[in-house]
Design a protein around this ligand. Sequence first.
Ligand code: ZN
Ligand code: ZN
Length: 176
Amino acid sequence: MGKRYVCDYCNKAMVATPAIVRTHNKGLIHQKFVQQHYQQFKDPETILREESKKKRCTKYASGECAYGSICRFTHYSEAQIRELQEMVAAKSMPKDVMFPSFEELVHKLLDEKTNDKQQNSREKDGNTVMYDSNGVTHVFPWTYNSILESYGEDLPPSVQRLKTDDFTDAKIATWG
Ligand SMILES: [Zn+2]
Ligand SMILES: [Zn+2]
C-alpha cells in the first residue's frame, strides 16, 4: 500500500505520488478551499479593495456560479460591500475620538480627588493620601503600617512616618 497524502485544505486523502498531488493542487475544488481558508484571515480593507475592483458575478445570484471564492467576479452584494466600507471607515477613525477629551479627564480627576478627601476624613489613618497646609495633595505609593509607630523615634528615617511639617518646612528649589 502506497503512502497517503491528506490535503488539509480539502480534508481529502489521496495516494501520495507527486503527479496525483500536483493534479489535486491545480484542481478547482482545491483552489476554492485554499482561497476560502485565506479569505477568513483577510482584514476588511483587503477584502474591500479586492472585491470592489471586480464586476458583480451574474451567475452567483442564481446559484449557478461554480467558481465560488475563486470566481473572478465578486460574490459580495451591494449591501455587503457597504457593510465592509462601514467597517473600514470605523477602523480608520482617529483614535482620540473614542477617548475622553482633556476637559473630561480633568473633571474625572477632580471628582476622584474629592472622593479621596471624603475617604481620607473617614479613615484618618488611611495613610496613603495626605494634605498639607499649602493645599498640596501627597499620594504615597505605600501603606503605612501603624505597628511601626510604637517604635517612636528609634526608627530609621526611611521608615518614620511623614508628618505634614516635613512638607511645609521643606526648602523647595526653584527650577530654571
Ligand atoms: Zn486540496
Ligand atoms: Zn461567480
